[in-house]
Design a protein. Structure first.
Lengths: 254, 424
């Protein structure tokens, strides 16, 4: 058995890289939330997603980019054109070159991509030691999806006695191996929501996960709507073809 | 010497004008309308038509995706995101294509199982079967290269592991790998050529599928009884009988596909492939798509790399000689009391390998995958050759129509014969 494992490790190391060592610590089962978009009829709760965007803008975006989104996409969580213009205008984004050929910055427009906190991954790594992952797709990019991200955000606790924490890492109950480079991002009360919506850690985490789920799959609602029409059509079509087949074959002993 | 114009009996003057010069309408009429087809097919015979439709859908969605995709390591991942987010209905094209690969393999594997169960590979259909195995190999190559294109973590590491398999061959191995990569690692030249080949191979597939169908139309279809067609009474014209029956299967199949595309588009994909490729970070476990898992399990179950690679490729190559390994003259498992049991053990072994392939090769999964791999080879290399000699087949029915007619049933009613074609 050892031989097989080492063969596979050898196959990997042929690429010049050894496999990352297996993770030793036991993992806690992820926290599960009843997400509004689950199931074939589920849709995003837009109020949650809008508050979640506020959490992203005020907290996460200090370190994490969302490079696949435009400000105009925020219409998808129900923001109005004026709101989107105001949000975009409040940031400075690269705008190509000026007349002298020098890089130019300017206020964002709805068509601008989300402003990234660092110009590139190397700059992020230089500043933070570990480049934070882009969040455009994070819900699709982790086993457990929304539950995983929700658990990580709620999972910062003090390490159990005797746990050796490497320098620059933080203890997280749900992170594989428990040592995460990200310091605790949400402490509760990080963001003040309109209409006094609750802003404890679980509330903020729930909202920002809703926003990230929308960001990872912005066409989900349209997809499911079209899906129901397609399914209905095919069910009717299957019934019709079955009737036709019965009729066609009615004169053959088979 | 003046050629002879084709004698066409189509009424429409335009159709007739074309048909006398290029008798494609006559050909379609002969091969897809009146084509005599055994009348006792069950729904297993739907899967060939489903596979053809899938191939067409994959080519159409693939061409549309290629219009917006960038085969460059710097741009590929984001160009797929661009397709999903900014291209009109790009998400639909991508989900149809992505899940379509899985659907294609489900349909093809069931089609192959049909061939195994009813002995469709036996004389005179050996070549038809072998062309089918070529189709399977081409499909696998196409699917593998297609999976590399989104340039996620599994794309990159899957490509690295699979291309590295060739390094197991002595002397030429490393040369082959460098040649495949177009460099010294999986990088931009690799992505570029995989894109070119992923675009090319489906059209090669179309041509080979054409040969598969052409060969089928020489020998005619096998049937659940596995006996030859004896008289016109055993057959019905392809249209409308099997066009109608195939349509049912097709609707149900498209329904399953649609449920994946519209409601569970990520159910069959690995979350790691939503992370951009990173040559500096190996994923915890590198696993291929589900349809390669049984073969991957064979590979990982063998401690010697070269032997593992050979046994993995051998598991498909053995299908080429299957018509000569199976010594029984009886085609259908229905009349082979032992074969109809052991074939399910083969199915069990293949599913077992699939489950083993999804787990890291440690603990119980290693002996389990070895037992399953051993049984796989045992089935083809030992059981099938011996069974033909040892097994006593049940008596075969006299003819297809005798078998399906109720006792005392009379001759077929007039209407069951070829119905007059509506001429264009």
């Amino acid at each position: 058995m050892r031989a097989v494992a080492s063969f596979f490790a050898a196959a990997l190391s042929l690429c010049g890289l050894a496999a990352v060592p297996a993770l030793a610590q036991e993992q806690s089962p992820l926290l599960h939330q009843q997400w509004s978009w689950e199931g074939p009829f589920g849709t995003y709760n837009l109020a949650d997603a809008q508050r979640g965007f506020q959490v992203y803008k005020d907290v996460c975006s200090t370190c994490h980019s969302m490079n696949n989104l435009h400000y105009r996409d925020l219409a998808g969580i129900g923001l109005s054109e004026d709101q989107i213009k105001a949000i975009a205008a409040s940031v400075t984004v690269p705008q190509g070159l000026d007349d002298q050929g020098n890089p130019k910055d300017g206020p964002g427009m709805p068509a601008s991509m989300f402003r990234a906190p660092f110009p590139n991954a190397a700059a992020a790594k230089a500043a933070l030691k570990v480049a934070p992952p882009d969040l455009s797709n994070i819900i699709n990019a982790r086993e457990g999806g929304p539950d995983y991200v929700y658990s990580i955000l709620n999972g910062f606790i003090s390490p159990p006695p005797g746990f050796k924490l490497a320098e620059g890492s933080n203890y997280n109950e749900y992170f594989p191996g428990h040592q995460i480079a990200m310091p605790q991002p949400l402490h509760g009360g990080d963001v003040t929501f309109a209409e006094g919506a609750p802003n404890s850690i679980p509330d903020e985490a729930h909202d920002v996960v809703t926003f990230l789920a929308w960001a990872a799959d912005p066409d989900m609602v349209q997809r499911k709507q079209i899906g129901w029409r397609v399914v209905l059509f095919l069910v009717v079509m299957a019934g019709l073809t079955y009737a036709v087949k019965r009729k066609v074959w009615s004169d053959v002993e088979h | 010497m003046a050629g002879q114009l084709h004698d066409s009996d189509f009424k429409n003057p335009v159709v007739q004008w074309i048909d006398t010069r290029l008798p494609i309408f006559s050909m379609m009429q002969k091969e897809y309308m009146v084509f005599p087809t055994p009348k006792n097919f069950n729904y297993f015979w739907n899967f060939g038509a489903m596979a053809v439709v899938t191939l067409v859908i994959m080519i159409v969605t693939g061409i549309l995706l290629a219009m917006n995709y960038q085969p460059n390591t710097e741009l590929a991942f984001d160009s797929v995101q661009h397709i999903m987010r900014d291209v009109n209905y790009g998400w639909m094209l991508r989900y149809i294509h992505q899940n379509g690969a899985s659907m294609f393999f489900i349909v093809t594997y069931i089609h192959i199982f049909r061939g195994l169960y009813y002995g469709s590979y036996k004389t005179p259909r050996e070549l038809l079967w072998m062309i089918g195995v070529v189709i399977l190999l081409l499909m696998m190559a196409t699917a593998f290269m297609g999976y590399v294109l989104p340039w996620g973590q599994m794309s990159y590491w899957g490509a690295t592991v699979i291309t590295n398999l060739f390094s197991a061959f002595p002397i030429v191995g490393h040369g082959i790998v460098t040649w495949l990569w177009g460099g010294f690692s999986v990088a931009n030249p690799t992505l570029n050529r995989f894109f070119a080949l992923h675009y090319l191979l489906p059209f090669v597939l179309v041509a080979v599928v054409g040969l598969h169908v052409a060969a089928l139309h020489v020998t005619g279809s096998n049937n659940p009884l596995g006996i030859d067609v004896k008289s016109p009474q055993d057959t019905v014209p392809f249209h409308p009988y099997y066009t109608a029956k195939d349509s049912i299967g097709l609707c149900v199949f498209l329904l399953v596909w649609a449920i994946f595309v519209f409601f569970y588009p990520h159910a069959l994909s690995d979350p790691n492939n939503a992370i951009p490729a990173n040559p500096l970070q190996t994923p915890d476990d590198i696993v291929p798509e589900w349809y390669f898992l049984p073969f991957y399990a064979i590979l990982r179950s063998i401690p010697n790399k070269l032997a593992g690679v050979c046994l993995m490729f051998g598991s498909i190559l053995v299908l080429f000689v299957l018509p000569w390994l199976d010594t029984s003259p009886v085609r259908s498992a229905r009349f082979r009391p032992i074969y109809r049991k052991v074939i399910w053990l083969l199915v069990l072994a293949v599913f077992g390998l699939g489950i083993c392939g999804a787990h890291k090769p440690e603990g119980i999964w290693v002996p389990l995958s070895r037992i399953c791999a051993l049984y796989y080879y045992l089935h083809f290399l030992v059981i099938l050759p011996l069974l033909g000699k040892l097994e006593r087949p049940l008596p075969l029915p006299e003819s297809i129509s005798k078998a399906v007619l109720r006792p005392g049933g009379g001759p077929l009613p007039q209407a069951a014969r070829a119905q007059p074609m509506e001429k264009a």
